[in-house]
Design a protein around this ligand. Structure first.
Ligand code: SF4
Length: 253
């Protein structure tokens, strides 16, 4: 039986005191060891490696968000892949999901190039940031609800720091949607009752509940996992359309 995660919870105000900028947030997050099961797994994978990457140094730590600190659009995924983000140290980099997502983002004008293979490949996100509700690779791509809730402090802090410019969010997948709603509430947006339901193409405008916040457009899209892309449940055209709609709502060119 895997060890149960212990919640090492610091209140949001403390996170905000420690992390006054996105750069500080990324640095603090990278040292996090709050979830024993995920710490053990990410380090085990980094030690054992996949044969195809045996000559690489795996990252093996929490993977921070990617993109500018003044992003107008935020994409929220699920968690880094064991041999993708956990290997390269960058979100959606070095795996099939990243190939699919970054190609769609490029088609929608949100990146400078259509590929994402390593942290040194020159990829730049344009007005857009990509993050996750869980920042460590989980076994079977399945974090527990305790791990999701433990990691929410980072997402809530990231949303709060992005609030001055943030106008649009795309959540990739229903699991991420459920994780994002409480983080959005904690970081200063109103979540309507009943709660908005996830679906591909779902769109709701959230009213601000904190001073200095603006309304934010929340979109849903299927996650670009191989389960969805190999079966045709999610096509490039479907993802590109949601990204274009979200970019337009964010006022991106
Ligand atoms: S999943 Fe999040 S809270 Fe848990 S160890 Fe990783 S960064 Fe920390």
């Amino acid at each position: 039986m895997p060890p149960r995660s212990r919640t090492v919870w610091a209140p949001l105000w403390l996170s905000l005191l420690v992390c006054r900028t996105i750069a500080q947030l990324d640095a603090e997050l990278t040292a996090c060891r709050a979830c024993p099961r995920l710490v053990a797994w990410r380090e085990q994978v980094a030690h054992e490696k996949r044969a195809a990457f045996s000559d690489e140094n795996y990252w093996g730590k929490p993977v921070p968000g990617l993109g500018p600190a003044d992003a107008r659009l935020l994409l929220i995924g699920l968690a880094p892949a064991a041999h993708g983000g956990n290997r390269t140290g960058r979100m959606f980099t070095g795996d099939r999901s990243g190939d699919f997502l970054i190609a769609a983002m490029h088609a929608a004008g949100l990146t400078n190039q259509p590929t994402s293979v390593s942290a040194y490949d020159g990829l730049r996100l344009l007005g857009t940031r990509v993050t996750a509700p869980v920042h460590c690779a989980p076994p079977g791509n399945k974090p527990t609800t305790v791990e999701r809730d433990t990691c929410r402090r980072w997402l809530t802090t990231e949303l709060t720091l992005l609030a001055p410019t943030l106008r649009s969010i795309v959540v990739l997948g229903g699991w991420g949607w459920q994780a994002a709603l409480p983080a959005l509430s904690e970081s200063g947006w109103e979540i309507p009752t009943p709660k908005p339901r996830f679906g591909h193409g779902a769109h709701v405008e959230l009213a601000p509940a904190a001073r200095g916040h603006s309304p934010v457009h929340l979109f849903g899209a299927y996650h670009p996992s191989q389960q969805n892309t190999f079966t045709g449940r999610l096509t490039p055209a479907m993802l590109e359309q949601v990204l274009r709609d979200a970019a337009q709502a964010a006022g991106l060119p």
